[in-house]
Design a protein around this ligand. Structure first.
Ligand code: V55
Ligand code: FE
Length: 489
């Protein structure tokens, strides 16, 4: 008998789903472009069993991977758990064995030393495999079509890092996957590395260095010559684990940094550069980065105050919901400078936003188009309560050439999930294509996968693939062509 905690983490919009299944030929409203042939994979946290602790947090749920296979105007749906080592051990036991988020001291003794990863943060196809990722563990390999799990990989024994990030980038010039790890040598170690994986799935090289403090390292950006990291004091320590505090806490007394690492075989810890942000701040997901002469531009949403209520202020200060709103911002640093000062900080929008995305063919290069979720403050939410629904209520396309923002709001009972860009087949023009994102109606309890003309999102979806259930709030996902899936005709 499963009894989930009767609290906001598991009720209302966050009621667990736990459903694995297939729908052949989804019900469609409108017209899914017949030219599209590929799949959108995305993942959400969804505990297999009731958690060991009532106050378990959303980021600790087991990864549930959804695939929307799009072909000839039709969409087939498939959903499976990422069968992590944790999932398998708990499945065998018929109950949860792993305790609080990233705190091994709270686990059942029978699972001591096992990987705690949930593979719940991002899914991306590379080298013919689906990589399912959680930043505290190695990369989990799944079949991109059947969604069967084969297990964690160390890339043929060549990558000995204990962790693998959840936000790798594909360099469009080389097809290499650019990725990093933190706490690379085990929990609570300062070790980090940046590495690249070839289109064939081989580790090419790795650059090792050390972090300034023990903190969450979630996303990053690439440029032609550098990997660029936002390092913010969302910190952890052994004391926090021993005291059963939330794994991370935000320390507003420490600096926020921009860390620049050369993308070069043979580079080492002595080659990294640290630039100190003018004032402590919270940094979110990365939109893009690129070089401009000796300068590096790094675009990401930034908030004045901590944005994570579940990783509270280390002083016990209450959560500040307005200070925690982030705004897309450009950090610029100059590699020709000798010091650690920033070149400039420029706010790029007046509207709160997060979950920034681009036309990934422009990753690491100067770019014109961005998409993100934004907070249209003129609209209000009228569904059951939930942590993600009252803000970030709309989809936004931003044209950096004209400054124009086009916005679409899904309706008063709806939430919206991270968008992904699909290039129009045969076109190489930046921004020419479609956007997909999930829209969840929290009153009707259905989710629709919505398709938009990428630069005209304000016109609303051109098609909806309609699910008979509502998916749980997810994190990240990506589009892959049929060729990448290995199923091209
Ligand atoms: C994030 C999400 C995570 C995590 C660490 O959005 C950071 C940031 C879904 O899990 O473990
Ligand atoms: Fe993320």
């Amino acid at each position: 008998m499963a009894h989930f905690p009767d609290n906001p983490g598991f009720t209302g919009t966050l009621r667990p789903l736990r459903l694995q299944g297939d729908i052949l030929d989804m019900e469609i409203e409108g017209e899914v472009p017949a030219e599209l042939d590929g799949a959108f994979h995305r993942v959400h946290p969804d505990n297999q069993f009731a958690p060991m602790y009532e106050d378990d947090q959303f980021f600790n749920g087991d990864g549930m991977v959804s695939m929307f296979r799009v072909h000839g105007g039709k969409v087939d749906f498939r959903q499976r758990y990422a069968r992590t080592d944790k999932w398998t051990l708990e499945n065998r036991a018929g109950r949860s064995l792993f305790g609080h988020y990233r705190n091994h001291l709270t686990d059942d003794p029978s699972v001591a030393g096992e990987y705690r990863g949930t593979a719940n943060t991002n899914v991306m196809v590379h080298a013919g495999k689906l990589y399912a990722m959680k930043e505290d563990s190695p990369c989990l390999i799944m079949d991109p079509n059947t969604l069967e799990t084969s297990g964690y990989t160390d890339f043929g024994g060549r990558l000995d890092d204990k962790t693998f990030c959840a936000h790798p980038k594909i360099d469009p010039r080389t097809g290499n996957m650019c990725a990093f790890s933190y706490m690379s040598k085990g929990p609570l170690t300062h070790d980090m590395s940046y590495f690249e994986i070839s289109p064939e799935g081989e580790l090419l090289y790795k650059v090792e260095f050390r972090n300034k403090y023990l903190c969450m390292m979630h996303d990053f950006g690439i440029t032609e010559d550098y990997a660029v990291f936002n390092v913010m004091p969302c910190i952890t320590s052994l004391e926090r684990l021993e005291q059963r505090m939330p794994y991370f806490g935000f320390d507003h007394s420490l600096p926020t940094w921009c860390l620049v690492v050369p993308r070069k075989p043979g580079a080492n810890a002595g080659d990294v550069r640290w630039f100190k942000a003018p004032g402590n701040c919270f940094t979110g997901h990365v939109m893009n980065a690129f070089q401009d002469g000796t300068k590096i531009h790094f675009d990401l949403p930034i908030a004045q105050k901590n944005s994570f209520p579940f990783f509270p202020d280390v002083t016990g200060a209450p959560f500040d919901p307005v200070g925690g709103l982030s705004y897309l911002t450009r950090w610029t640093v100059d590699m020709a400078s000798n010091g650690e000062e920033f070149d400039s900080v420029t706010k790029l929008t007046e509207r709160p936003d997060e979950f920034p995305r681009i036309d990934d063919r422009y990753a690491g290069q100067e770019y014109r188009h961005g998409w993100m979720l934004t907070f249209d403050t003129t609209k209000s939410y009228e569904g059951p309560p939930g942590p993600f629904v009252s803000t970030l209520n709309s989809l936004c396309h931003k044209d950096f050439a004209t400054g124009e923002e086009k916005i679409w709001w899904p309706g008063a009972t709806c939430g919206i999930q991270e968008p992904a860009f699909i290039p129009r087949p045969g076109s190489t023009t930046e921004g020419d294509g479609y956007i997909v994102c999930l829209v969840d109606d929290h009153v009707a309890n259905y989710s629709d996968l919505c398709f938009f003309e990428a630069t005209r999102v304000d016109e609303g979806p051109i098609a909806r693939a309609k699910l008979p259930v509502k998916l749980r709030q997810g994190l990240h996902g990506n589009w892959s062509t049929a060729k990448k899936l290995g199923v091209a005709a």
